[in-house]
Design a protein around this ligand. Sequence first.
Ligand SMILES: Cc1cc2nc3c(=O)[nH]c(=O)nc-3n(C[C@H](O)[C@H](O)[C@H](O)COP(=O)(O)OP(=O)(O)OC[C@H]3O[C@@H](n4cnc5c(N)ncnc54)[C@H](O)[C@@H]3O)c2cc1C
Length: 453
Amino acid sequence: MTRGTFTIAGGGPVGSLLAIVLARHGYRVGLYEGRPDSRMTNIYQGRSINIALSDRGWHSLQQIGVGPDAKDQAIPMYRRAIHDVDGALSEIPYGKEDQAIWSVSRGGINQQLLDIAEDEPDVETFFEHRLVDVDFETAAALFRLGDTEVTVEADYLFGADGASSKVRRLAHDLPRFSYSQNYMPQSYIELNIPANADGSHRLEKNALHIWPRKDFMLIALPNPDGTFTCTLFMNHSGDPSFESLRERDAVERFFGDNFGDAMDHLEDPVDTFMAKTASPLFLVQVFPWSFNNKVGLIGDAAHAIVPFYGQGMNCGFEDCAELNRLIAQHDHDWTKIFPAYENARKPNGDAIAELSKRNFVEMSDLSGDKRFQLQKKIEAKFHDAHPELWTPLYSMVTFSPEVPYAEALRVGDEQKAVMDRIMQLPDIENTWNEQHVMDRLHELAAARFGDRQ
Ligand SMILES: Cc1cc2nc3c(=O)[nH]c(=O)nc-3n(C[C@H](O)[C@H](O)[C@H](O)COP(=O)(O)OP(=O)(O)OC[C@H]3O[C@@H](n4cnc5c(N)ncnc54)[C@H](O)[C@@H]3O)c2cc1C
């Protein structure tokens, strides 16, 4: 018996995972992807772009019952490796000794999820089908396939079609649809560090490498084939910027002056920089995420955020896990599921958007702001002594799937107020390790957080 039919527009990681969720709850699903099948055609131009998946993502996959296959090929990154401008290297752990974020191939995890979706008898996939129109009353959709157009009828439709979602853009014409799109000052390009001749990594493998330069930064994530995927984030305009750095000499100087130690490893950074157009970074916030209890938005289509917390895909997987839970809770009643879904997820989407925006400053100034580093050390020490009172914000976001993003943001702001007071203690730079600092922090934290244990 089928529970009903769904069309999903967008066969990215979130659309593929959603297809699995819906099929396992007894729905027939048509998964429509605009691009060719990446398992047959190389749509990634030979490069495996890697992203960081954290406990939230893994936890969501587990809740949905998708096995740990993807983790077998993922590389744990236990620490940030900070490359100073003079070449000095330091490390900052992400959490406790065994806590890591995981470098995974974005294409690879998408392909694995597509394979799992196709193993479900009730999922049918269609590639090179680009959604061009939606009837928000009936969930019927129009797809373009080459020169032809195909109308697809279903009971419900989800737009999982990414940050520039067509479904979301079509929803602009609906009454009471709120929408904002904001460009960040930064854009980005991807660069590459090749493997050593023997296939090993040229830099420490189990770390996320960061060259923080305050207004701009370079990061590198390890790939299983020995390469690193690097991303240079820099302002679109101003000085320096992608706009101002147009002459070859200036670009060479820029790389030499700022990323001296990386220059021994990067593959043709100057040529690549000159040849590539930087991609913009933007945030999209909308509400509602569902229309007439027939059409919904999910993943980047509902909440395009910036990548500085490495949470975009994690957040999309959480959307799927929440739907998985709500379908059971509301016994397939979509007049209840859609509103419950958007009310549960919207505050969390907004919270991780805010946290991600703020995290650029943190990441790009990792080696510069000594007081900030000191604050982190004090926090880590206090967390070790009193885990019931204090979990650092980064750990709440990354390693604590049971803490919703909105809660992490709220508690993080309260923690900041406490730490601001600690950082004002006299001579804190020299006394931070003394017991009286811990005692004062305990007093302040217990007053704020003590009753929440
Ligand atoms: C530089 C960068 C670094 C990032 N790093 C991280 C990270 O470290 N950790 C993390 O969790 N996230 C990261 N992200 C975010 C992550 O990539 C996204 O959140 C994730 O890919 C969202 O998945 P999705 O399936 O919602 O959308 P997408 O991955 O964008 O997939 C959408 C799919 O829909 C298809 N599509 C689009 N339009 C149509 C249409 N009209 N009809 C049919 N199909 C269509 C597209 O071809 C695509 O396959 C990063 C993003 C960027 C840009």
